[in-house]
Design a protein around this ligand. Structure first.
Ligand SMILES: [Zn+2]
Length: 426
């Protein structure tokens, strides 16, 4: 998967040309399921806190930071700055759970360009990448040089290892904000809107699902442009207060009628027979959301996107739930497109995004990343306590809960390796 980048304006470009300067963009490659998007305020703060150099912190603060998901177990993202892969940000267990960042070779070269810092220099030799050296460094990683090359070294048990190397000069690029990115993509955003509205009109949709998340916010907004005046909110009873509030406020803001539906049986009744909802036994979506939607008939707009997950990648562009036809006008959009659209229209969005959540749903959703679940402890301690108490009553230990083991009925072997083996150095 690729998106464009205008090196002159230092912004992502989704169209054929940058709409600010007219340049043809170069391409950024990322994983097909990476669903690239701008870092939230929360993520940018974490990233900056993990960088040891003041000059680099300031540089990052004033540039657009994009994140692309790496497939795997928890939070691991490729970090893009200035249109190249700057490094990796991840949430890992290494003794305890914490955030970790390390730069790519080119990221280290940019840091060197900004600071002049290197921890050591070695004689130029071939095959630097992967080389092990008997050197000591202070932190987990540092920047080294060899001839014209700049590299990043990471600490190992008995020295350091050259993780990546970059051997060309790196220039710094101009400051840029999301506002600039909107200007650079204005043609693409208009096209995306036109396409979405057309799909909604062609299907004669009469309502739009609205969960309080960014995707359904944009598809609901587009629906109003196509004349739809009803929003449907299925309140599972396990929503964040922020989400409920945002749903009510945004419906007011758009001046649409809000239809709030509740499942017939509540979550705490259902859990008695079904057990804990897990990634491999996810009865909750059908029981709480799908069954509730079966009460409706007609055509409903929904904000599902194919880049959200492997399963959705292969989904079709519409589906039926009982007498209800569901259509997806932003099926092909990346998370980046959604954020650009929100910024373009100046729309408010759910405050949870800036509080460290990237997918919003029930507060104890098993699809949550462990990074998000741990964040719940800080942002909503009472909800965290409530759910932990329930998990403990089912026999989970404190450590199992924090390791997120409750998210599987049968944890895959990979999880056992990575998490259950608690002394493993990553
Ligand atoms: Zn440009």
């Amino acid at each position: 998967m690729e998106i464009g980048w205008c090196p002159r304006c230092n912004v992502p470009v989704r169209g054929k040309r940058c709409n600010i300067c007219g340049s043809e963009p170069h391409q950024i490659k990322f994983h097909d399921l990476g669903d690239i998007r701008p870092a939230s305020e929360y993520e940018k703060k974490i990233l900056i806190s993990r960088i040891p150099f003041k000059e680099v912190k300031n540089y990052v603060r004033n540039r657009i930071v994009l994140l692309s998901r790496q497939p795997g177990l928890d939070y691991r993202k490729d970090v893009f700055i200035d249109g190249f892969r700057f490094g990796t940000l991840e949430y890992v267990k290494n003794g305890r759970w914490r955030w970790r960042f390390y730069p790519s070779g080119k990221g280290a070269a940019l840091m060197y360009h900004l600071t002049g810092h290197i921890c050591f220099d070695i004689d130029s030799s071939k095959h630097l990448k992967g080389k092990k050296l008997k050197k000591e460094i202070d932190g987990e990683w540092d920047i080294m040089s060899s001839g014209n090359c700049i590299g990043v070294v990471i600490r190992t048990e008995d020295g350091v290892k050259i993780k990546d190397i970059y051997c060309k000069p790196v220039k710094h690029r101009k400051r840029a904000s999301m506002k600039d990115a909107v200007r650079a993509n204005i043609g693409y955003l208009r096209y995306m809107e036109k396409k979405g509205v057309k799909i909604i009109e062609r299907n004669r949709a009469t309502m739009a699902a609205f969960s309080g998340g960014k995707d359904s916010e944009v598809s609901l907004y587009m629906a109003t442009l196509a004349g739809v005046s009803k929003a449907v909110f299925v309140n599972t009873g396990m929503e964040f207060l922020e989400t409920e509030r945002f749903v009510y406020n945004f419906a007011d803001f758009l001046d649409v009628e809000l239809i709030e539906l509740h499942p017939d049986l509540d979550f705490w009744d259902l859990i008695k027979n079904n057990g804990i909802p897990t990634k491999d036994h996810r009865w909750c979506t059908a029981a709480l959301k799908i069954n509730t939607l079966k009460k409706l008939s007609g055509t409903m707009v929904d904000g599902m996107r194919k880049y959200e997950s492997e399963r959705r990648m292969h989904a079709s562009q519409s589906k039926r739930i009982g007498n209800l036809k569901v259509i997806y006008p932003i099926f092909d959009a990346l998370a980046l497109d959604i954020w650009l659209y929100i910024k373009w229209k100046g729309l408010p969005y759910n405050p949870l995004y800036d509080m460290g959540y990237e997918r919003l749903g029930c507060y104890m959703c098993p699809s949550m990343l462990n990074a998000e679940f741990h964040n719940l402890k800080k942002t909503h301690p009472e909800l965290f306590k409530k759910w932990s108490r329930y998990l403990k009553s089912c026999g989970f230990s404190n450590e199992d809960i924090l390791d997120g083991l409750w998210r599987w009925k049968t944890p895959p072997p990979k999880i056992r390796e990575l998490i259950v083996d608690r002394n493993r150095k990553i």
